[in-house]
Design a protein around this ligand. Structure first.
Ligand SMILES: Nc1nc2c(ncn2[C@@H]2O[C@H](COP(=O)(O)OP(=O)(O)O)[C@@H](O)[C@H]2O)c(=O)[nH]1
Ligand SMILES: [Mg+2]
Length: 368
């Protein structure tokens, strides 16, 4: 009799959950690469396997379908290295407990071996089930890799700073977080409202040339970008020294109210060919207003990209040669800069911004 033993040294991860896009987003997040670069196989009725040299992710059918794949998968291979249950932002603890109970009944897998992955913005609190934050998933996988003495094929360093795109040109990464506030800040006339409209893909905010500030109140508009619910908050110039403190305080209060409890990424909007005295100490003003961690959550958005194009300059070239005061601000924000041309409707610029935002979000989840 011939015994065929299939021996795989890969880390096998089963991904369970009710929302297909979230399961795929988790794989993307873990590997730091787009699913399109992985090998994909379909097995059973509705199960997809994605693998590279190190990992094998079994992406199971949604739990609320009647498909019996999950039962079969466990009966064939009860020894996945990790079984992760992906849950939605705003999940109900009761529902999750029920899903775990059902899975345990269906597959015989002990409940403590089914680990819930918390959505990105969730902090470590007590839950009546086993759970990991995304960071804990990373460390668990690193440990498994060490135990199996495998080298990660994912060469991306998890140290957030070195992983940062300088120009946002890194590959698109989806996020497990579902909501973010992009707070547009900066002096009047720099192009905050125009940039907000570019992000939204629609003219929601009033934007026009004027010697007087056009935006006089904070305003929020919402959109979906790559599975992420983005709340764009446009603001008047809150840092103008001529603004009455009481008026400024009113705007700041309103801006904070509009942010609700979601994660915030501050987008400091600046005119690419104009750096003014009012902007020299803008980071200090931001810190005084939004707290000392604000730098870690700030992306600098330069408007009027056309000006650089006309001068045949790249963003990198511009950043390299800009004046020391501006350079200092950029460095303090870890070189997170993007270039917009608000006259253009190219979605590429928004995508680059969102890539940079995703880096901030991953880091923010760590610092909170
Ligand atoms: N050419 C060009 N004009 C821009 C750009 N961004 C903003 N503007 C113009 O700059 C002016 C002020 O923009 P606005 O969005 O109102 O600035 P805000 O006061 O910071 O909100 C408007 O006339 C915009 O059309 C850009 O990227 N390119
Ligand atoms: Mg405006």
């Amino acid at each position: 009799m011939l015994f065929l033993i299939i021996f795989t040294d890969k880390i096998s991860v089963m991904i369970l959950g009710n929302v297909k896009s979230l399961k795929k987003a988790l794989i993307t997040n873990i590997l730091g690469k787009d699913l399109s670069v992985l090998t994909k196989r379909k097995i059973l009725k509705n199960t997809e396997i994605y693998d590279d040299d190190t990992f094998e992710f079994t992406c199971t059918p949604d739990l609320n379908t009647t498909c019996d794949d999950i039962r079969e998968l466990f009966s064939k291979n009860p020894n996945f290295d990790l079984c992760l249950l992906v849950v939605e932002d705003g999940f109900s603890t009761g529902n999750v407990q029920k899903q775990i109970k059902d899975l345990n009944k269906k597959t015989g897998k002990p409940r403590e071996e089914l680990t819930v992955v918390l959505p990105l913005r969730y902090k470590f609190t007590e839950y009546p089930f086993k759970f990991y934050t995304l960071e804990q998933v990373f460390s668990k996988l690193s440990k498994l890799l060490k135990d199996k003495q495998l080298n990660p094929t994912n060469k991306r360093k998890r140290s957030a700073d070195t992983a940062e795109p300088q120009d946002g040109s890194k590959k698109k990464e989806k996020l497990t977080s579902t909501k973010v506030n992009l707070v547009l800040l900066g002096l009047a006339g720099t192009g905050k409202s125009a940039s907000g409209n570019t992000i939204l893909g629609k003219k929601h905010f009033v934007s026009r040339p004027s010697s007087n500030p056009v935006t006089t109140e904070c305003q929020v508009e919402e959109t979906e970008i790559n599975d992420l619910h983005v709340r764009v908050i446009d603001t008047p110039d809150m840092f103008d020294d001529d603004t009455e403190p009481s008026v400024r305080d009113k705007h700041v209060k309103r801006c904070k109210e509009l942010c609700e409890s979601e994660l915030c990424v501050y987008v400091l909007v600046m005119h690419v060919s104009r750096f003014t005295d009012g902007e020299r100490d803008i980071l200090e003003k931001l810190e005084n207003t939004f707290g000392t961690k604000v730098k870690e959550q700030t992306v600098i958005l330069f408007t009027r990209g056309e000006n650089l194009e006309e001068a045949e300059m790249t963003l990198e070239g511009f950043l390299h040669s800009c004046q020391p005061g501006l350079k200092e601000i950029i460095e303090k924000c870890n070189n997170r800069c993007v270039l917009f041309e608000n006259r253009s409707s190219s979605s590429d610029q928004v995508e680059k911004l969102m890539n940079t935002v995703s880096v901030v979000l991953k880091k923010t989840a760590k610092i909170q």
